[in-house]
Design a protein around this ligand. Structure first.
Ligand code: UN1
Length: 511
């Protein structure tokens, strides 16, 4: 398979169905009328069946019933299911990787990396299933003890985006399951086969362990399906990944019914490149973070803030590296940049380029569509670099495409201020050999993002840390560290073993 050869639907459609079948999907049951296109060639992969809004309600009822049994299951036994799920993911890593490439256009290595991320979060969750620690603390009263207990929360709704069509669900699900919750997943319409395949593997693990299968469910469809989850009083937590525009609707609607939400929204991630930076390392870090995944990660690097003394050299070297990027069929060996997800993404990219030019920007690398003859309906683009006179309007907004804006700074404080002067706050990096600069960047006066890195790009986080960001990124934290707490409810318990009834704060209420 060559990089510039884009297979037709006669090849990709059956390939996708075969991979889904190997994961245990009953393909006939999921075939339907809804359009389903691969970004690889822009053509149909075969129609799929969407859920109706009424099916969401049924799913919530079933999930709640399953939750009532699941919450009684000891957490380590819940962990055993997740452990088995991790094993099944390992066995089907290639199948899932293939589906991710076919449905969202990720290159094979990154698609497999996404599955690895799922396996890793399962490991993490299994360990967690023997922890879920609460604290005990001293009481101000004699013969009393204070403790906190973490209990399962209920039904969790997970709304995920096309760009991580499986891993983001797994961060939520592996953790939510060991916490004793049930999960209903509304995957991206772009990637239903990936979703059904992941769910089929999890179902298998649940059934093998005699767990209630309805603790994991998938509802596929457009925004109206997500809205059902958002508004349903039976959904205790809505964990949604997508645009800030989507989050502005989801957050207040869930809050209005006093549900909980966990939001992962836009990112506009920058790297500061200081004069002392190791430029070889910086170059590699920037190219992967900015051009990898065709610029379609939340954590994609969208801005470089380079010291004036090295900006010219860095930009030249970046442009040279960009010119060498192999673009094409994401499943062909050696490809580093696959397609954009659809035509609308391409339109947004070209609009942003024109707008940046009208705001004084200059294209120094890329900017063109490629392979349009090989695949008319697919959208392969050259990752693009623009130098900008300052942080103009277009630079402050997220365009979900491989567009990198390069700006310059003179003083380090100015660079930090530029890093922070955008509405989003997901990820950020500094490339420097100056320890004081690195420390300042990670300090309270430094980057205001949820992810703050030193000498590494903005993307490609490991699962062990809490993942998420501030400001318009939504404030949610998923994945590792203590993110599990969002999936549980906390009870504070006061235990009196004194035989007396002293009141707190010395209140006297004797009758
Ligand atoms: C996302 O783009 O929605 O840090 C998630 C990363 C990945 C996750 C990205 N581990 O790039």
């Amino acid at each position: 398979m060559s990089r510039t050869e884009i297979p037709g639907s006669d090849v990709l459609g059956p390939q996708a169905l075969a991979a889904a079948r190997r994961c245990g999907v009953e393909v006939d049951a999921v075939t339907g009328e809804a359009a389903h296109r691969s970004p690889v060639n822009g053509a149909s992969l075969g129609g799929v069946r969407w859920s109706s809004p009424a099916e969401v309600d049924t799913a919530v009822t079933r999930a709640h019933e399953a939750f009532l049994a699941w919450r009684r299951t000891p957490a380590p036994a819940r962990g055993a299911v997740v452990k088995r799920f991790g094993e099944l993911l390992t066995q089907h890593k290639a199948d899932l990787g293939e589906l991710i490439s076919l449905e969202v256009g990720k290159i094979t290595s990154e698609a497999l990396g996404e599955v690895q991320e799922m396996i890793d979060i399962c490991d993490f969750a299994v360990g967690l299933s023997r922890q879920l620690y609460g604290r005990t603390t001293v009481s101000e009263r004699p013969g009393h003890r204070l403790m906190e207990t973490w209990h399962p929360l209920g039904v969790v709704g997970v709304i995920s985006a096309f760009n991580f069509p499986a891993a983001v669900w797994s961060w939520n699900t592996a953790i939510a399951l060991v916490c004793g919750d049930a999960v209903i997943w509304k995957p991206s319409e772009q990637a239903p086969l990936t979703a059904w395949s992941c769910a089929a593997l999890l179902d298998r693990a649940l059934v093998e362990h005699g767990a209630p299968p309805a603790v994991s469910q998938v509802v596929v469809g457009g925004p109206e399906i997500g809205e059902e989850l958002v508004d349903h009083s039976g959904v205790a937590l809505v964990s949604a990944t997508g645009s800030t525009r989507m989050g502005r609707t989801v957050g207040p609607r869930v809050a209005n019914r006093f549900g909980r939400s966990l939001l992962e929204l836009d990112g506009n991630n920058a790297a500061i490149v200081a004069p002392s930076a190791d430029l070889d390392l910086t170059l590699r870090g920037v190219v992967f973070a900015a051009a990898g995944t065709a610029g379609q990660r939340c954590t994609t690097m969208r801005r470089v803030i380079a010291h004036r003394s090295i900006a010219g050299q860095l930009t030249e070297r970046l442009a040279a590296a960009y010119a060498r990027l192999p673009i094409g069929n994401p499943m062909a060996e050696g490809t580093l940049v696959g397609p954009l997800v659809h035509g609308a993404a391409y339109e947004a990219m070209t609009k942003a380029i024109s707008r940046a030019e009208s705001e004084g920007g200059r294209v120094v690398a890329g900017g063109e569509r490629v392979l349009a003859e090989a695949a008319e309906q697919a959208f392969y683009v050259q990752p693009t670099i623009l130098t900008m006179p300052d942080q103009t309007e277009v630079v402050r907004s997220e365009t979900f495409a491989p567009l990198l804006y390069v700006m310059t700074y003179d003083e380090f404080d100015e660079a930090i201020a530029l890093n922070n002067a955008v509405p989003q706050g997901l990820s950020s990096s500094v490339f420097t050999s100056d320890q004081a600069e690195a420390e300042l960047f990670v300090s309270a006066e430094g980057s205001d993002c949820g992810i703050v890195n030193v000498n590494i790009g903005t993307s490609g986080a490991e699962i062990g840390g809490a993942f998420g960001g501030e400001k318009e990124t939504g404030g949610g934290r998923e994945s590792g560290s203590d993110a599990w707490r969002a999936y549980m409810r906390r009870a504070t318990n006061t235990i009196n073993y004194s035989g007396e009834l002293p009141l707190a704060q010395g209140v006297d209420f004797s009758v």
